[in-house]
Design a protein around this ligand. Structure first.
Ligand code: GLA
Length: 347
């Protein structure tokens, strides 16, 4: 086990950004204070350790991209329709940054903040940020913590947040993963334990929950992505792939909700979470992203995001799991990524 902390550039030439690397006997993960990002996840493959997280070698890479690469996204991840919501009888008008809707916390969300390191040891690092009352027009001063823990073959991501006024919260991690270590993700296999998903309108706003059964959105059995991505199903064509919220079937934390694997590398990943939903996004708009680590070219569908969290637009949708965080109460949510090798890939 080891722990390294180093400089990762200066934001606006002044504010120091740090990188923390935590290693266990199985995996090695790096995180940066800018956006409380996951910068790399190195896991064993049939050809040795490979980095399965897309990202950049330098701070400039992170600052000059708009893909939310590896970032902690908040205060409200995903979309709020009409850039407005009403809470306790008061209407809050947000900044529209995707057409007339608000995406991923607004113009300057958590992904663009340089978080403080509150605590760090050989297993874990805790990033801390205070989002002031009225930031991006959200009510309440919100103290947020993101704790990353590396333990054996597991990376755990835990959020906690407290506000001094009633507010809405949806915090997710926006890592793009490629379990082959590069190339297109069509060869990945995915399983999502979900009977219901949220079809979207042309502005990517959810319509109403619909059964996955009988559609290419049914990922309840491990399925190869290429066939689904090429399907003529309207929801997939419109989004250029998957970019949908799946309501996770309720089960114990100890039962994995999502599985993903690559035959090319032999890497298998299981996700455990207490979040009610996941936005499954197949990197449909990665084109135009600046060159990544080691000069990697990130084209459309070269990374998968499993954004475990709440449902899009829930502040406006009483039928969805509530995003309300009451003053003084604590929001807590965790997701664990567990890595292994497919049986045939073990040497
Ligand atoms: C989420 C959204 C996508 C896209 C990406 C960021 O996954 O659902 O539509 O905005 O973030 O590029």
């Amino acid at each position: 086990m080891s722990f390294i902390i180093e400089d990762f550039g200066k934001l606006n030439g002044t504010e120091q950004v740090k990188r923390i690397t935590l290693s266990s006997d199985a995996i090695e993960c790096s995180f940066i204070t800018y956006g409380a990002c996951i910068q790399s996840i190195k896991v064993p493959s049939k050809d040795g350790l490979i980095d399965i997280a897309l990202g950049f070698d330098t701070l400039e890479g992170y600052v000059h991209q708009d893909k939310y690469m590896g970032a902690t996204v908040g205060r409200f991840a995903n979309r709020i329709s009409g850039a407005a919501f009403t809470l306790n009888g008061k209407e809050y008008l947000l900044a529209p940054n995707e057409g007339r809707n608000t995406l991923h916390g607004g113009l300057c969300g958590f992904d663009k903040k340089n978080w403080a390191i509150e605590d760090a040891d050989v297993n874990s690092v805790t990033f801390f940020y205070i989002s002031p009352d009225g930031e991006e027009s959200f009510p309440g001063s919100l103290s947020v913590r993101v704790r990353y823990t590396v333990d054996g073959n597991r990376l755990a991501v835990s959020y906690s947040a407290v506000s001094d006024q009633d507010t809405v919260v949806n915090i997710i991690n926006h890592s793009y993963l490629n379990l082959s270590g590069g190339g297109a993700v069509g060869d990945h296999f995915v399983r999502i334990d979900s009977d219901l998903y949220l079809p979207t309108d042309k502005e990517s706003i959810p319509i109403a929950a619909a059964p996955v059964a009988g559609t290419p959105m049914d990922l309840r059995q491990v399925s190869i992505l290429s066939e689904r991505l090429d399907s003529s199903f309207d929801q997939i064509k419109k989004a250029r792939g998957f970019d949908h919220c799946f309501i996770l079937n309720p089960s114990d934390f100890s039962a994995s909700k999502i599985t993903c694997c690559s035959d090319a590398s032999g890497v298998i990943m299981k996700l455990f979470t207490d979040a009610p939903a996941v936005q499954f996004y197949t990197g449909n708009f990665l084109e135009g992203c600046p060159a990544g680590k080691g000069g990697a070219v990130y084209s459309d569908r070269s990374g998968l995001c499993f954004e475990t969290g709440g449902c899009p637009d829930s502040p406006n949708r009483p039928e969805f799991p509530s995003a309300l965080l009451k003053a003084g109460e604590r929001f807590i949510q965790s997701t664990v990524f567990e890595f292994g090798l497919l049986p045939d890939s073990r040497k």
